[in-house]
Design a protein around this ligand. Sequence first.
Ligand SMILES: CC(C)=CCC/C(C)=C/CC/C(C)=C/CC/C(C)=C/CC/C(C)=C/CC/C(C)=C/CC/C(C)=C/COP(=O)(O)OP(=O)(O)O
Ligand SMILES: O=P(O)(O)OC[C@@H](O)CO
Ligand SMILES: [Mg+2]
Length: 228
Amino acid sequence: MYNRKEWKHIFKLDPNKEISDEQLTKICESGTDAVIVGGTDGVTLDGVLHLLSRIRMYTVPCILEVSTMDAVTPGFDFYYIPMVLNSQEKKWMMDIQHQAVKDFGHMLDWNELVAQGYCILNPNAKAYQLANCSLPTEEDVVAYAQMAEHMFHLPIFYLEYSGTYGDSQLVKRVSRELEQTQLFYGGGITNKEQAKEMAAYADVIVVGNSIYDNFDQAIETVQAVKEG
Ligand SMILES: CC(C)=CCC/C(C)=C/CC/C(C)=C/CC/C(C)=C/CC/C(C)=C/CC/C(C)=C/CC/C(C)=C/COP(=O)(O)OP(=O)(O)O
Ligand SMILES: O=P(O)(O)OC[C@@H](O)CO
Ligand SMILES: [Mg+2]
């Protein structure tokens, strides 16, 4: 139905934050390739359902990035499943996901599930702290990318700088390692120049917080990526 491999730009909407109807229309009609609903904390079923019902008025593909099983509902096009590669606890890479599959595996449409190998690089990000991550060196990051591609065959490797703009040279280096696995970059993209810079190396850039901080500039990131 959708060719995820062709996507270049995604907006990530936080069910824990407010967005007006007018802004949501602009997001969904911006030309972005998809909208992810997700966040680290304050993600409730009510918040997710409210956003889903509003996004569903548009044709844009809609994805739930599952951060808690308490807020999962049918109706999304895809379910992205984070696995935190640089967590110091196996729980965030394997055990939560294992338990969810034990509980819900019998009712899953596996075609809708997409695993994401997360490498979280901003120590101040909530997700970094929640998942008890350690800060990898560049060599560590490259090795995680190689494992994602060649050992785990993950569909997505996600360089996550949530809340801060990352190192484009590292994104470039990682991009050289990946052929089958899609490279996502997310974090601190606030304008079209930054969007272009990261999109030169990442397959997909994800724009989150700037939707809430500087809406007009966030919208401009779509065109910047599509032009490039
Ligand atoms: C019935 C049906 C429709 C089912 C489909 C879905 C389903 C039930 C699948 C089951 C299979 C499965 C394996 C589920 C596991 C789900 C799960 C709970 C995984 C754990 C996820 C995890 C490791 C969470 C830790 C936090 C994290 C990495 C979140 C990722 C998103 C992220 C980084 C958000 C941005 O965070 P941040 O900017 O730091 O914070 P803000 O919220 O302030 O923006
Ligand atoms: O919110 P920002 O910093 O844009 O990051 C986007 C996304 O990667 C967060 O998971
Ligand atoms: Mg966020």
